[in-house]
Write a protein of this length. Structure first.
Length: 134
């Protein structure tokens, strides 16, 4: 007696059906065009002070190559204002202004977060302020 394979088995199904439909975009990913909308720049911290009544906010004056601006960042649990002055950081230069504890912030300093603690990105000191980050 000959053994019959159940219908729908791979042997009877034939080769996989090819489709031309693209996979749906991954909601966690953005296109290169959208990423290029973000203006990342090197900036030099010229002055820094703690924001009153805040344990982690630091108000910084940064030089962006064509002028100065104020940026407020939640990095005060790891960094003192004194150790930030003169340091080069990467900022988001085209972020809409936001008020933090009454201080207008015109950008964002990029930092990694390790167990909730900030760690500023390292920039080679020879890179001039205002240099675009790609």
């Amino acid at each position: 007696m000959e053994e019959q394979k159940p219908s729908g088995s791979p042997a009877q199904a034939g080769p996989p059906i090819e489709t031309t439909q693209a996979a749906p975009p991954d909601p966690e990913r953005i296109s290169i065009d959208r990423f290029m909308e973000v203006d990342l720049r090197v900036a030099e911290i010229r002055a820094a002070v703690r924001v009153p009544k805040s344990k982690k906010l630091i108000e910084m004056t940064v030089f962006t190559g064509d002028g100065e601006r104020t940026i407020v960042a939640g990095i005060g649990t790891k960094y003192t204002p004194e150790e930030l002055v003169g340091r080069k950081v990467v900022i988001v230069a085209n972020l809409q202004p936001a008020k933090l504890m009454g201080v207008e912030s015109n950008g964002m300093v990029l930092a990694a977060s390790i167990d909730g603690e900030p760690s500023l990105l390292a920039v080679d000191p020879s890179v001039p302020a205002g240099t675009k980050v790609k």
